[in-house]
Design a protein around this ligand. Structure first.
Ligand code: AMP
Length: 282
């Protein structure tokens, strides 16, 4: 496994691989890896010649007062974890390597980033799409893998790749969960044991919403009332948003037609968790 820390070296390596006719799969991460990340790598490994991952805690996607400084980092542990995952190259740039002095260009996807986390985290998606565009230019992948756990991020990146005619296939992968249903996340490490128990309410609430939909309920308000009730049973849970949106435009909807997204952001103690589920007519 190669470890590359500079943009130039990574670009040259990718250029060389492309010249050799190799297909490149790419999994960008912020590290502190878990089975969710590993599932993306596992998929990336399939039918492609080279698997590149990046580990970079991107400062521009954190707002002031968010957890950039204390975001969990453990490079040694991460590298040990990916040894057995078929990773060929780990790209681990510094913040200065990615954002040298004078940096001033951004990539902004305008519409699908407006709702949901776009309201509570202004500038977040601009940071995400800018860094992913840069990573795409550095790693030059043919395929890039993202988790549906960050559904709005996945939609924004798909949009960006299409709108900017990037020649990259963006592939969304299912959310990997703990045995009790909590979506795996590097931020789960912030939760104390009591909060960790409470955190199961997000998925329980989503399942309840999906059950109501299956039983024929199509009113977003009626479903969201039950979803909220389950989360509000937790003492330290505070709902940032609980919404039902069009699964493609991410605009709020009142009446579900054939496909929709229930999206949640909940703060438990000081930890902000997100999760979602797709509702679809069978
Ligand atoms: P992060 O390191 O949190 O920025 O995540 C890196 C990639 O892993 C993103 O594409 C995430 O959507 C994806 N990811 C994070 N958690 C999960 C999960 N529980 N299941 C599947 N993919 C995930």
């Amino acid at each position: 496994m190669e470890i590359i820390a500079t943009v130039k070296e990574m670009q040259q390596r990718s250029e060389q691989l492309r010249r050799e006719g190799k297909s490149i799969a790419f999994v960008p991460t912020m590290g502190y890896l878990h089975k969710g990340h590993l599932s993306l790598m596992h998929e990336g490994r399939k039918r492609r010649d080279v698997l590149v991952i990046s580990i970079f805690v991107n400062p521009t996607q954190f707002g002031p007062g968010e957890d950039y400084e204390k975001y969990p980092r453990d490079m040694k542990r991460d590298l040990a974890l990916v040894q057995g995952a078929g990773v060929d190259i780990v790209f681990t740039p510094s913040a200065h390597e990615m954002y040298p002095d004078g940096f001033q260009t951004v990539v902004e996807v305008e519409q699908v980033t407006k709702n949901l986390c776009g309201i509570s985290r202004p500038g977040h998606f601009r940071g995400v799409t800018t860094v992913v565009a840069k990573l795409f230019n550095i790693v030059k992948p043919h395929f890039a893998f993202f988790g549906q756990k960050d559904y709005q991020q996945l939609i924004a990146i798909k949009r960006m790749a299409e709108d900017l005619t990037m020649d990259i296939e963006v592939i969304g992968m299912p959310t990997i969960r703990e045995p009790d249903g909590l979506a795996m996340s590097s931020r789960n490490s912030y939760l104390d044991p009591k909060q960790r128990k409470e955190a199961t309410s997000l998925y329980r609430a989503l399942l309840k919403g999906a059950e109501l939909f299956r039983q024929g309920e199509r009113s977003a308000a009626a479903i969201l009332q039950e979803v909220r009730k389950i989360i509000e049973e937790g003492k330290s849970a505070k709902i940032d948003y609980a919404k039902i949106c069009d699964a493609h435009t991410l605009k709020d909807i009142d009446e579900i037609k054939n496909e929709a997204l229930i999206a949640l952001a909940v703060t438990i103690g000081k930890t902000r968790l997100i999760d979602n589920i797709i509702l679809k007519e069978e």
